[in-house]
Design a protein. Structure first.
Length: 189
C-alpha cells in the first residue's frame, strides 16, 4: 500500500500495490501496522457495502458526531463514483474545504476519511458498489448530515440532471457554521 496526501489535512488516498500473475492480481487493502504507522486508526470495527443501481445516485453528506471518532476507508469495488469529503473540524487548517476524487474498481484506490469530515458520493455508472470500513460502530443517534448540493460547500457534482437520492439527504438543512460550532461544543468536541 502507498499513502498519498490529499489537500485536506489527515485525509489520504490509499493506493494498493497489486501482485499480478496469469490469474489476475492480489493486493492487501488493510494493514493495522501500516495504518497505525501513519498515525491512523489501527482498528476497523465495522464494514458495509452499498449497491447503487443507477448512475447519478447520491449518498451524503453524512458524518457521526462526537463522542464518535468514526474514520472511514472508502473503496469502489464495482463501477465508478465521485467521492467527496468536507472538512468540518473547526481547528483544522482546511476547515470547510472539500476534496473530490474519482474512485473506481479498476484503479484499486481507496479514500481514508478522518473523523468529523462529512462524506458523500455520486455514482458515475449503473450498478456501482461501494465498500465502507469504519473505525467506530454506527450510532444512529450521532448521525447527521447536510444537503448534498449545499452552496456553502460548492461541490461540483458531475451529474445534476439525473440525481437519485433519498428525501432525507435531499432535504437536509444547509450548513450553518455558528450552529455547527455550538453543536460540537455541546457534544464535548
Amino acid at each position: 500500500m502507498q499513502f498519498r496526501d490529499t489537500p485536506l489535512a489527515g485525509a489520504l488516498l490509499v493506493e494498493l500495490t497489486p501482485h499480478s500473475d496469469a490469474r489476475g492480481f492480489f493486493a492487501r487493502t488493510w494493514c493495522a501496522r501500516e495504518f497505525a504507522g501513519r498515525g491512523l486508526p489501527g482498528q476497523l470495527v465495522q464494514s458495509s457495502l452499498s449497491h447503487n443501481r443507477r448512475r447519478g445516485t447520491v449518498r451524503g453528506m453524512h458524518l457521526q458526531l462526537p463522542p464518535s471518532q468514526e474514520a472511514k476507508l472508502i473503496t469502489c469495488v464495482q463501477g465508478a463514483i465521485l467521492d467527496v469529503i468536507v472538512d468540518l473540524r473547526p481547528q483544522s487548517p482546511t476547515f470547510l474545504r472539500h476534496f473530490a476524487v474519482q474512485l473506481d474498481a479498476a484503479t484499486c484506490t481507496s479514500l481514508f476519511v478522518p473523523p468529523l469530515m462529512a462524506h458523500g458520493f455520486q455514482t458515475l455508472v449503473d450498478d456501482s458498489r461501494v465498500q465502507y470500513q469504519m473505525s467506530d460502530y454506527h450510532a444512529p443517534q450521532l448521525a447527521c448530515g447536510w444537503r448534498w448540493n449545499d452552496p456553502a460547500f460548492a461541490i461540483r457534482w458531475p451529474l445534476t440532471d439525473a440525481v437519485v437520492i433519498l428525501p432525507r439527504d435531499a432535504t437536509y438543512a444547509d450548513f450553518d457554521e455558528a450552529a455547527w460550532r455550538q453543536r460540537l461544543a455541546g457534544a464535548g468536541a
